[in-house]
Design a protein. Structure first.
Lengths: 228, 228
DNA sequence: TGTACATCAGTGAACGCGCGTTCACTGATGTAC
DNA sequence: TGTACATCAGTGAACGCGCGTTCACTGATGTAC
């Protein structure tokens, strides 16, 4: 980068036009954007989080990127196409966040707890994207969307399988998965929809995950041994 | 109604215009609708469930009811006003469904199970309304919306308090409430968003509620007594 | 029971807006020779 | 290294649309006397 800049400077005295181009690369508007697809997705997500799904329009995105209204159609079939790409990437990142949160954890139970934290963290950081991922369905079929969703769920199932193999579960992994996923999924919505305030809880992903994990693991019912 | 109709018929021979009015009451368009507010809410909900929130417009509702575009503004301040009314009534009905489902049940544990069924049933019957209730926030403050939401949550807390007083809980009612509400709330979303298919579950409110309740009550972890 | 009048719930035309999408085009880029 | 050309990623004007909201109005309803 730096070297190419200085080499351009060296040509200054032979061609003033090139000088202008190299000194003010921002002001000079290129006919080709170059990374329009990536930029669209990036700014679309920001826009989605800012104004919700109804505030997301292809025209507005184009405007923000200094590009004509037709340009996005070079990269997405239509608006649904962009939304589907957004949701697909969302699932991929959700999966990544769950996996990253597990890093260094030993044992199925701890990994499950950490996965929950990752899940809740993702929802709290990207609430509108989270809602899009789960509450929206494209008119046309988008296989990679379903695949990425399944891949995210697979993280949870895998961790529960480890628990099961270690003899930690009192039931089938899928059965436990129903509760675990429901709980973490529901808590995510409560977190982003201000529903936790009725529980007198502050909206903190880690704390919610910890408390859910504890309750879920031991159960809310008093066991016979505990009865006095 | 019937008497007034026949009395109109009696006037037929003196005034043909009145005959037309009374024989074809449907065709004759009254200047005043009479129950516009109620009709708007009813058809708005149908429209919401049919096409989602983006398919809901005041103009379309007016058109469907054979009324001018300005008419709805006699009954709602703006579109947000109608949505808020829709959501408020949704919470009231959610509360009612949970209470009705409990009817005849004896004991806190059974009442909790039944409440969950009511909750999941509501979500599965009115998915878009359910999403609106939890995922949407009016620009302006609408106190009755929050009140109706709190009232719905109160049903759950009350049942858990009964459980606690009966010595059935291993923890604080609010702590148990966090798990119970999260689980039933999350499962509701999974139910309406087709998320259960990855768990190999058919989307049946009763079955989901039962399985969640069982897992939640006893916990997914193997207790020390169970270890072999 | 009849009449005058205030109030209320409608009308319908109009405003301005932003949207999704298409299309003939143009300028930049990459490739084959 | 230079040239011809296909391909690609943009332009910008245009289409048609439906929306939320306002406003001066009108016809029905309810009330006081």
């Amino acid at each position: 980068m730096y070297t190419s800049f200085t080499s351009n400077v060296n040509t200054v005295y032979t061609d003033p036009a090139i000088k202008l181009q190299s000194i003010m690369p921002v002001a000079r508007k290129a006919y080709h954007h170059g990374e329009l697809r990536e930029s669209l997705l990036k700014i679309a997500e920001a826009q989605l989080e800012k104004d919700g799904p109804s505030g997301l329009s292809l025209r507005k995105l184009g405007r923000k990127l200094g590009v004509s209204p037709g340009a996005p159609y070079r990269h997405f079939e239509d608006k649904d196409g962009l939304l589907a790409a957004l949701a697909t990437r969302g699932f991929q990142r959700l999966r990544t966040m769950m996996l990253d949160a597990q890093e260094g954890a030993v044992g199925g139970k701890e990994r499950l707890r950490r996965s929950g934290i990752g899940y809740l963290r993702f929802a709290s950081q990207h609430p509108e994207l989270f809602r899009l991922m789960f509450g929206w369905m494209p008119a046309r079929d988008v296989p990679e969307l379903y695949e990425s969703g399944d891949a995210a769920f697979a993280v949870l199932v895998e961790v529960l399988t480890v628990c099961h193999e270690d003899g930690l579960l009192s039931q089938d992994p899928l059965e436990a998965g129903l509760l675990a996923w429901s709980a973490v999924h529901g808590a995510s919505f409560l977190l982003i929809d201000d529903g936790l305030k009725v529980c007198d809880m502050k909206p903190d992903a880690e704390e919610v995950a910890d408390r859910l994990h504890a309750s879920m693991w031991s159960g809310i019912g008093r066991s016979r041994a505990q009865e006095s």
